[in-house]
Ligand binder design. Structure first.
Ligand code: G3H
Ligand code: 13P
Ligand code: ZN
Length: 326
């Protein structure tokens, strides 16, 4: 069942965060749905209520153009039929204004992100406001972003990059967005922190206090880049260097401060990469693409279960269903 992100945030607020996972292909999609229903090995496994979680499936512009956006939409639609117990939002990740309108008009997405965070505040407000008007007219909710991610690797963390609480208040008030992605020290990709940096909980706390009560916040760039998977990749011929991510122990404290959506893309790529490298390293005579796919899908499902446990969303699916009156 497809719902909006804000339907999920209303129930998660202050208690846990909903995982927002990027997908690009069929194997990721199947692994994601299985994991969110606690079915690790096969589509036909029974759903495990203790592991079942609501989730957000998110599609970047890169994913939409990798093949053709309609393949992704068909896959997700089919996954909703194969896994009828699933409760999820379909979300455009890092949209331009044009991509947002395309998704709003498609009738398939329940949520879009307009990312005009590179623009000065007034222009970011102006663009976001236009997208909000078009989205709300169709019952679709809008995530916007204020602040700039990515400064951490370059050691230029400062007020120029992190979201300013006073600006967040003005932005939310004037743009009418439904949730706000904030820059509190994370960055995209596998190389987030070069030293002892971590999340700026003081900034997050100030943003939460300044905004209207229970306003949902979003954390991008939140992969944990597990050492286990980086080592597996490197032991199978990869060269990932000093990759590092967000400490998973920080997800729940962030959720308690109003972060309702935590974005994970890189970790899924690491799992994919390790499994495929190992598979062909160990079977040099192999060339059937289904071989690594059959190993990847359950491994990814297990990874999603693990991640949802860290986010606190595991075990929440039935409560969400009741809360939605379904
Ligand atoms: O935040 C960006 C996501 O990781 C999507 O990445 O544009 O390479 O699909 P992508
Ligand atoms: P990661 O690169 O940390 O997985 O972040 C993903 C993200 O923010 C997608 O929007
Ligand atoms: Zn992002």
């Amino acid at each position: 069942m497809i719902v909006t992100t804000n339907d999920l945030f209303r129930q998660a607020y202050g208690k846990y965060a909903v995982g927002a996972y990027n997908i690009n292909n069929l194997e990721q999609t199947v692994g994601l749905f299985r994991g969110d229903l606690g079915k690790s090995k096969s589509n036909d496994d029974p759903t495990d209520p203790a592991k079942s979680a609501p989730f957000i499936i998110q599609i970047s512009r890169g994913a939409r153009s990798y093949t053709d956006k309609r393949f992704l939409e068909s896959m997700i639609r089919t996954a909703g039929e194969v896994f009828p117990d699933a409760i999820f939002a379909v979300h455009l990740d890092h949209g331009t204004e044009e991509a947002c309108y395309d998704c709003i008009e498609s009738g398939f997405y329940s949520s879009v992100m307009i990312d005009a965070s590179h623009e000065p505040l007034p222009k970011n407000i102006e663009i976001t406001k236009r997208v909000v008007a078009r989205a709300h007219a169709k019952g679709i909710v809008v995530e916007a972003e204020l602040g700039q991610l990515g400064g951490v690797e370059e050691d230029v963390v400062g007020s120029v990059c992190l979201t300013r609480p006073d600006e967040a208040v003005e932005f939310v008030d004037k743009s009418g967005c439904d949730s706000l992605a904030v820059a509190i020290g994370t960055s995209h990709g596998a190389y987030k922190f070069s030293g002892k940096q971590g999340l700026h909980f003081d900034v997050l706390d100030s943003i939460q206090k300044a905004l209207p009560k229970r306003f949902p916040l979003v954390m991008h760039g939140s992969s944990s880049v597990p050492k286990e998977w980086v080592d597996r990749i490197n032991n199978a011929g990869g060269k990932l260097g000093s990759a590092s991510g967000v400490d998973e122990a920080q997800y729940l404290p962030a959720a308690k401060l109003g972060v309702c959506k935590i974005n994970i893309d890189t970790d899924g790529r690491l799992v994919w990469c390790a499994i495929h490298r190992e598979f062909f390293r160990d079977k040099p005579e192999g060339f059937d693409l289904r071989g690594p796919g059959q190993v990847f899908m359950p491994a990814y499902a297990d990874y999603i279960i693990h991640k949802n446990q860290k986010l606190g969303s595991a075990g929440q699916l039935e409560g969400v269903r009741k809360g939605l009156g379904k």
